[in-house]
Ligand binder design. Structure first.
Ligand code: PLP
Length: 432
């Protein structure tokens, strides 16, 4: 073990090999991956088609700069992806991950307004949201814990309310919440606002919160009426995760800009995408887009993304995500639905969250000092199950959520196994 790696944890096992939804460490321990890492490995490990496509492209052209050459691979990828995207006449700007995609989307919004002669620059995000750790993306994010050390660098973005059904702030809850949240957004918009960014289904930050059906139509109407670009962050929800190709489809939402990452290349390549509509693209193109990264428009990334697309389509994994997601939901409810510390089980497709509470009737969260989510995740690991977690959902500090986002290739038996091991871990930490 090298001391020269600036690592992200202590006492971590060393991954040796992996297949499908199972990772094996150097000591031969098997881990059932309930979260695909950070909800990344959608097609699972060991998919030959993806590995071969990457090798083939790397042999042919390993790298060219995006301002010097086009590549057939990227053109083909964009053409295959375009019909699946919930964006009108989509234009794909590939980058190296979710944060870069968000930065690109924010700059697209700024460039769009500048090209129209409007000095709009403010971005509105939502409380409790997460859009990445680079500075622009972090400023749009509403997660106070992640923002705290860097506050002197932040503060340009504004934040509005989040449709968090379990802890909804709308006075009329459970009626009219979506329209109430849209009105909060409307009230925050001034002439300086360029874009509103949000996840269609709140992923890691709030643990698979699904808004009520009125939310997205009402928000889209506000953005359209106020001339604000709508950016859908589908870094976590995209590419089949919620049982549709993109979560926007659940509400017929057509954002001006969509960002993706994670499942786009399923962990085989660090690929992110910022996709804008033809209207936004053409407006920006007239004035030029001052932006770019060394590794944007990467031909090997395009090969990886294209191969993943084909695996998702060829194995019908999006429909599988919907069906197995329902199975996971049922299995979690069977085993944990009555547990006094389980406040809520929620999600869509194979993106599912379990919110843990100290008191179910009042929904009081555990104090942060109890580190409940971390302890349950550690206990699950002891039971051979990997989970993702989030904290601070209730008030920025307290609030514990377990997140499931397994590879879409998991079997029904593995889904049952995940729920059973998760329930065992919850009981180890929180008793009956
Ligand atoms: N947006 C969302 C919704 C995310 O969940 C994440 C990562 O978890 C990001 C953006 C940032 O992506 P990355 O970590 O690839 O930079």
């Amino acid at each position: 073990m090298s001391r020269h790696v600036f690592g992200r944890g202590t006492g971590l096992p060393t991954a040796s090999h992996a297949e499908g939804a199972v990772i094996v460490d150097r000591d031969g321990r098997h881990y059932l991956d309930g979260s695909g890492g950070a909800v990344v490995t959608s097609v699972g490990h060991g998919v030959r088609e993806v590995v071969d496509a990457i090798a083939r492209q790397a042999r042919q052209v390993a790298y060219v700069h995006g301002t010097a050459f086009r590549t057939d691979e990227l053109d083909a990828y964009a053409d295959e992806l375009a019909p699946l995207l919930p964006v009108d006449d989509p234009r794909v700007y590939p980058v190296s991950g979710g944060s870069e995609a968000v930065e690109t989307a924010l700059k697209m919004a700024r460039a769009y307004h500048l090209a129209r002669g409007e000095d709009r620059h403010v971005v509105i995000g939502r409380h409790g949201s997460y859009h990445g750790n680079s500075r622009g993306a972090l400023d749009a994010s509403g997660r106070t814990g992640l923002r705290a050390p860097y506050l002197p660098w932040l503060g340009q973005a504004r934040h509005t309310t989040t449709p968090y059904e379990y802890r909804c702030a709308a006075p009329s809850h459970p009626t009219g919440c979506g329209r109430w949240h849209a009105a909060q957004l409307d009230a925050l918009i001034g002439d300086d606002v360029a874009a509103f960014i949000a996840e269609p289904v709140a992923g890691a930050a709030l643990g698979a919160c699904v808004p009520d059906d009125e939310y997205w139509p009402a928000v889209a109407e506000v953005c359209r009426r106020r001339g604000v670009l709508l950016i859908a962050d589908e870094v976590m929800t995209g590419f089949g995760r919620t049982g549709r190709w993109f979560a926007c489809e659940h509400w017929g939402l057509r954002p001006d800009v969509l960002v993706a990452g994670k499942g786009a290349a399923a962990g085989y390549w660090p690929l992110g995408l910022a996709v804008c509509s033809g209207r936004v693209h053409d407006t920006i193109a007239a004035g030029g887009f001052t932006h770019g990264f060394t590794y944007s428009h990467h031909p090997v990334g395009a090969a990886a993304g294209r191969a993943v697309l084909r695996v998702l389509a060829g194995r019908d994994l999006v429909a599988r995500s919907a069906g197995l997601g329902d199975a996971l939901d049922r299995a979690l409810r069977d085993r944990l639905g009555d547990h006094p510390a389980v406040g809520d089980i929620r999600g869509l497709g194979l993106l599912r969250g379990v919110e843990l509470v100290a008191d179910r009737p009042s929904r009081r969260p555990f104090p942060r000092s109890a580190r409940v989510a971390e302890r349950v995740v550690a206990a699950a690991r002891d039971h051979g199950l990997l989970l993702y977690h989030s904290t601070g959902c209730a008030n920025g500090s307290d609030g514990d959520v377990l997140l499931f986002g397994p590879p879409l290739v998991v079997s029904t038996d593995q889904v049952e196994e995940m729920a059973q091991r998760c329930a065992a871990a919850v009981r180890v930490v929180l008793g009956q």
